[in-house]
Design a protein around this ligand. Structure first.
Ligand SMILES: Nc1ncc2cc(-c3cccc4ccccc34)c(N3CC[C@@H](N)C3)nc2n1
Ligand SMILES: [Ca+2]
Length: 461
């Protein structure tokens, strides 16, 4: 086991990783930019090193500054958290090459092969994981798209090879649109991901977005820890995640979990990761997905995710501690059959944004009141205390409220109670939006798909 881990991140996830270290009796090292001098994650750490000015590129993203801090602290491992350098294969390989410092995450090689969407699709296809019908090689000419349209029909999704998250997808609804959409997909790929390579998939109109949590050690053991339903998104920004998915039958759950395990094993992937799927109802059915629903591989996230907490609450496993133990060479000490799912959990992202103004991020302010909720089934992951200045140089998420209940109804009731207790004064947050969402019957009936929020919010504008 490591003696000391440097956490190359900030905010709630930095504290989350340091809490795991504390429980493993591992020393904690924080890094901070000039903007984060008084930040909560710095307070929490045993020691802290400044890595540069506020601008992320000159601090949290500066490979040399981070490795230099690990050297100064004599840390023997680096945990990247999520965002920042978490999926940066180049940085992972620099850490792998750095003598005496272990990278806590998948190998740079596994990150690269699964980060390239067509390569990932090929690996999954060969591992008998259903992929969205489409190409596993890039396309360059309009004729290729039109041929695909002849065979699979429209709409077609044209996706950037280097894309992911909310960016890098164009929907072509007819042959007439092919030239323009292909051109703009390539230009956008070039602009955002420095990669103009694109591929095709049949576009699924109203899919559910299900993701499966994976942990894999360096001895060939791969386990899935069940699924999370992230279908409630606003312009590709997740605001609420939950598990288990009310839409899946046990049979479908088992099929998707085993597919995720096969795919990850085929990619020689280790540590924690998430396999994303799109699940499409068989035509004409409503309500929970039927036994004939189809699920398709979408992409792999080669990092710990914001919403890993939902899985922890349902299964009881500490995924971050598992990451650290796996990186230290430990074997996974449970079988797939030992993994149980108990109750229901929902995570609410607490963003310092004004939901009434298109979720515009707060421009500053101070936490005059910070009174978080508590009591049974309520977990709060944050790095805040009353009086903190709001740091606006990075993303707007300042905390996560995770609620567990015996079933989804109790979880919703308890979430409303916790959101009523959550008292933050001095900066705007989306807590009022969450309270509203919990009373919305589409959410309560859990029939929403990935488009629901965009359609709802755009209509109400
Ligand atoms: N063939 C096909 N059909 C429907 C899709 C619908 C989406 C999509 C669209 C809008 C919101 C989403 C939220 C979660 C997951 C996927 C989506 C989608 N995404 C959005 C960005 C990228 N992560 C993949 N790919 C799709 N691919
Ligand atoms: Ca190393």
């Amino acid at each position: 086991m490591f003696r000391k881990v440097l956490v190359a991140n900030r905010g709630e996830i930095a504290v989350r990783v340091m809490r795991a270290c504390e429980e493993l009796n591992v020393g904690t090292v924080a890094i901070y930019s000039d903007a984060d001098k008084n930040a909560g994650h710095v307070r929490y750490a045993d020691e802290a090193y400044n890595v540069g000015p506020a601008r992320a590129a000159d601090s949290y993203l500066d490979h040399e500054a981070v490795i230099e801090a690990a050297r100064k602290a004599d840390a023997d491992a680096i945990h990247p958290g999520y965002g920042f350098l978490a999926e940066n294969a180049e940085f992972a390989s620099k850490v792998e090459d750095a003598e005496g410092i272990t990278w806590i995450g998948p190998s740079a090689e596994a990150m690269e092969s699964l980060g390239e969407k067509t390569k990932a699709r090929k690996i999954m296809d060969e591992a008998d994981v259903p992929i969205v019908p489409g190409t596993t090689d890039p396309v360059t000419e309009p004729e290729e798209v039109k041929e695909f349209g002849e065979e699979y029909g429209y709409p077609i999704a044209i996706k950037a090879e280097g894309g992911g998250g909310g960016r890098g997808m164009k929907v072509v609804r007819s042959e007439a649109e092919v030239e323009d959409q292909l051109e703009s997909a390539k230009r956008e790929g070039e602009a955002y991901f420095d990669n103009d390579s694109v591929y095709l998939e049949r576009y699924l109109e109203n899919p559910r977005h299900i993701e499966v949590q994976i942990v894999a050690d360096e001895h060939g053991n791969v386990r899935h820890l069940g699924e999370r339903d992230c279908s409630l998104q606003r312009r590709h920004q997740k605001v609420i995640e939950e598990g288990p998915s009310a839409a899946l039958t046990d049979d479908l759950r088992e099929q998707i979990g085993e597919a995720a395990r096969r795919g990850v094993a085929a990619a020689d992937y280790t540590n924690a990761g998430t396999v994303e799927f799109l699940v499409e109802e068989e035509p004409g059915r409503d309500g929970p997905l039927g036994p004939d629903a189809n699920f398709y591989f979408l992409e792999v996230n080669t990092r710990i995710q914001v919403e890993h907490t939902v899985t922890e609450e349902i299964t009881g496993y500490d995924i971050v501690k598992r990451q650290i133990r796996i990186a230290a060479g430990e074997e996974i000490d449970f079988e797939q059959d030992d993994v149980g799912f108990d109750g229901h959990a929902i995570e609410f992202r607490i963003n310092a944004e004004n939901a009434a103004e298109e979720f515009a991020p707060a421009t500053g302010g101070q936490l005059e009141t910070y009174d978080p909720p508590g009591g049974i089934g309520v977990r709060l992951d944050d790095a805040l205390r009353q009086g903190d200045e709001l740091v606006t140089d990075y993303d707007s998420m300042i905390a996560k409220l995770i609620v567990w209940g015996e079933d989804r109804d109790e979880c919703i009731e308890r979430s409303l109670r916790a959101l009523r207790e959550y008292d933050i004064e001095g900066i705007p947050t989306i807590i009022p939006f969450h309270r509203l969402m919990l009373t919305d019957e589409e959410f309560v009936e859990s029939t929403h798909t990935t488009k629901y929020l965009d359609e709802e919010m755009d209509q109400s504008r």
